[in-house]
Design a protein around this ligand. Structure first.
Ligand code: HEM
Length: 470
């Protein structure tokens, strides 16, 4: 049996408001005693606010600078409420974090700031047995046969997008890729193809994915929810929830549900092995918004960085085109992976310790957060020779060791959409490279900026394309 919140007589507005009240970012330490800075590896003494700004806005300079100053393991303190993060990046340390007991290494608490938008059932927010159950229910929608089922629609959405690009005129590939990956989430993940519903959803999801970092931080202070940008976020969420619940209700009744291949339709058919229950409306909503937020801008950023790298390097572009024409998926995948290595989209993955542990011989108390720094792992000379060079072949030559390339995190929390995003990336690159020649504009000048949670090309990875006539 599934519960419909409408049958419980509750309006969408109250469901959403309840979530914002319930899902305040949690106090970092829960029931554990307060963490003392002096018990942790060294780190900057700057106020937590400044360190938070460093991490949120200038992470690609701040984190490497701290490594140079304090060595391979250091501690930062961030808001809300002075949370400590001990930063690691060496593969043997990363392994200990990824392989840690999920009952002790909680990931959900580190993501608590996303609670008001993603909801309490979100795969990103739950831990231990609850996470295990949710992950098991979601997994079949992301296995290989399921991914193969999505590829056709992804390719046709990519074709339509590439056909709309202006010829011979510079444009920001990030914006175009954002629009494409959003469409992929709406049509392939949510399974919405009706034009009216798509038109209704697009601005709502766009506003959801564009919530600024200050608004995220502000959720630690519930009084702010009545003011300007925070108020607008809540209003947008109420409206988004209304449309999503309507879509779920309609889909439950669809006569072709069993034949449908989108993610939502698959999730509507899963049942818990033990209880036989399916996912409730609220659980489905939370997972859909999670997939939207986790899967949209991340993949768009990775793709636009790939456009930038290929546009800058005619020899690499020619090789990638050859791979696209001959169907060499491995090479296209290596291009994407190298791009994600050079330009990590997510800076780190965090676990909150529920009990004392030792990592790399360092004793850490319960209540502290530990992170595997993706930025540091990817730019380490020990992990990747000539780390600044774009060289996809390193992924084909068996050179990349385990726990040195970690854009998708690892262990039981490894990104559930990793295969999806690589499938999507390869399909998009294939469309781009077989139909267009790509060069960078602005002499290839680009740097990184943080937008929302992801790191994106600052100037939008501007490119010029020319259609191939052959
Ligand atoms: C280039 C694209 C992407 C990157 C770089 C990325 C990165 C990540 C990272 C770093 C994590 C945290 C892993 C950890 O804690 O160990 C994660 C988790 C997650 N990602 Fe992705 N992701 C991408 C695409 C996607 C896509 C396309 C989807 C879904 C359609 C998705 C859904 C999720 C979900 C649901 C989780 C939570 C997994 C869990 O806690 O069990 N991601 N992702």
């Amino acid at each position: 049996m599934t519960t419909s919140m409408h049958t419980q007589g509750m309006s969408t507005q109250s469901v959403t408001a309840r979530r914002f009240q319930r899902m305040r970012p949690m106090a970092p330490n829960g029931t554990t005693p307060p963490v003392r800075t002096r018990d942790l590896p060294p780190g900057p003494r700057l106020p937590a606010l400044l360190q938070s700004v460093g991490l949120l806005r200038f992470r690609h300079q701040f984190i490497p600078a701290l490594r140079r100053r304090y060595g391979d393991v250091f501690t930062i303190r961030i808001l809300p409420e002075d949370r400590h993060i001990v930063m690691f990046h060496r593969p043997e340390h990363v392994r200990e974090i990824f392989m840690g007991d999920p009952g002790v290494f909680h990931a959900g608490k580190g993501n608590a700031i996303l609670g008001p938008v993603m909801g309490e059932h979100s795969l990103l927010l739950v831990d231990a047995s609850e996470h295990k159950r949710a992950r098991k229910l979601l997994m079949p929608a992301f296995n290989r046969p399921a991914l193969r089922g999505y590829e056709g629609l992804v390719s046709s959405l990519a074709r339509a997008e590439v056909d709309s690009w202006p010829e011979g005129e510079a444009f920001a590939s990030l914006e175009r890729m954002n629009s494409l990956t959003l469409e992929v989430i709406l049509q392939v993940v949510f399974g919405v193809t009706d034009d009216a519903r798509l038109a209704e959803l697009r601005p709502l999801v766009r506003r959801t994915v564009e919530i600024p970092p200050l608004v995220f931080l502000g959720w630690g202070y519930p009084k702010l929810q009545k003011l300007g940008p925070w108020r607008r976020t809540v209003d947008n969420q109420v409206e988004l929830d209304r449309v999503i619940f309507a879509e779920i209700a309609q889909r439950r009744q669809a006569s072709d549900l069993a034949e449908r291949t989108d993610v939502l339709s698959r999730l509507l058919q899963v049942t818990d092995d033990e209880t036989g229950a399916g996912l409730t409306d609220e659980e489905l909503r939370d997972q859909l918004v999670t997939l939207l937020l986790a899967g949209h801008e991340t993949t768009a950023s990775a793709l636009s960085w790939t456009m930038h790298e290929l546009g800058k390097d005619p020899a690499q572009a020619a090789r990638a085109r050859e791979a696209a024409v001959t169907g060499d998926t491995d090479y296209l995948e290596a291009v994407l992976k190298e791009s994600m290595r050079l330009h990590p989209v997510i800076p780190m993955v965090v676990r909150h310790l529920m009990a004392p542990v030792t990592i790399g011989g360092i004793e850490l108390p319960a209540g502290v957060n530990v992170a595997a720094s993706i930025i540091l792992a990817h730019e380490s000379e020990q992990n990747h020779p000539e780390p600044g060079r774009f060289r996809p072949d390193r992924f084909l030559e068996g050179e990349v060791e385990i726990n040195t390339w970690i854009p998708f995190g690892g262990g039981v929390r490894r990104c559930i959409g990793a295969g999806f995003s690589l499938m999507e990336g390869v399909a998009v690159l294939r469309e781009v490279l077989t139909t267009c020649e790509v060069t960078v504009s602005d002499a290839g000048a680009e740097s990184t900026r943080v937008r929302n949670i992801t790191s994106v090309p600052k100037r939008g990875a501007r490119v010029v394309v020319r259609r191939r006539r052959t």
